[in-house]
Design a binder for this molecule. Structure first.
Ligand SMILES: [Zn+2]
Ligand SMILES: [Zn+2]
Length: 252
């Protein structure tokens, strides 16, 4: 693996046979999202697309001529920056309009621009956070709960996992016990107070995740986690928010 190429904007590692993780080490940790490439027999699947600060696609090592299916787990900027570089773009119905227009209050790009140090080093001379623009990427196929994406050797089922955002999805490979979970769940501070987030809805998603039969979870941020840790994080979120809500009710 070539995870430490000097001057490279992206880092990468193999996490499972035919599944590779890419990320942007120089991006502020709040916006340092994961990009997943799953090599199927018939097509390659790319899930999430980083900040779009530099072109992503040339770095992914995709086989030329092989079909590529691009799936965005949700419309936040740290997941859709380079979505427009792909022709076949899939995302959830609840965010279809947002993918087509990418308004600032849905991508949260302003939060990135407001950071004092959004990147540890500029990607090229002359780059500034103000001139980093969002490129719209309308969906070419709208996804709903239960839809399937089969790339040969891997068959993913779409789970609608709202709460972090209205159209957040996960991709479940039931035969292998793998979930690509976007920002619905990962190891680290979960985000439920940004525009579009809803704690009550998020709790419903956590009830699903707390008993989901998976072994390996590839989240929107940070390193992969086990199914046991995933279920524990979901249960912890539920118990914290239950007591938070009980306290706020008792104060009313
Ligand atoms: Zn997000
Ligand atoms: Zn994210």
């Amino acid at each position: 693996m070539d995870g430490s190429v000097p001057n490279s904007w992206f880092q990468q590692e193999d996490v499972y046979p035919s599944i590779r993780r890419f990320w942007e080490p120089h991006v502020h940790r709040f916006f340092r999202g994961n990009i997943w490439v799953v090599e199927g027999r018939d097509a390659d699947l790319v899930v999430d697309f980083g900040m779009g600060i530099v072109p992503l696609r040339p770095h992914l090592g995709l086989t030329s001529g092989k079909p590529v299916i691009a799936v965005a787990t949700h419309v936040h900027i740290d997941h859709v920056g380079s979505f427009h570089e792909f022709e076949e773009r899939l995302g959830h119905r609840a965010e279809a309009e947002a993918f087509a227009a990418m308004p600032d209050d849905r991508t949260l790009i302003e939060t990135f621009r407001e950071l004092a140090d959004p990147v540890a080093q500029p990607p090229y001379e002359g780059w500034t956070k103000q001139n980093h623009l969002v490129t719209v990427a309308p969906l070419t196929r709208v996804l709903d709960e239960g839809d399937r994406i089969d790339i040969g050797g891997f068959s993913f089922e779409i789970l609608h996992l709202p709460g972090h955002s209205p159209g957040s999805i996960g991709l479940l490979e039931p035969g292998r016990g793998i979930l690509i979970s976007g920002d619905a769940i990962y190891s680290g501070q979960l985000v439920d107070e940004v525009p579009g987030a809803d704690v009550g809805v998020y709790m419903e998603t956590m009830r699903v995740l707390a008993c989901l039969d998976v072994e390996l979870v590839l989240g929107g941020h940070n390193a992969p986690i086990s199914g046991d840790l995933t279920r524990a994080i979901a249960k912890e979120y539920l118990s914290q928010n239950r007591s938070r809500r009980e306290q706020s009710h008792s104060r009313e």
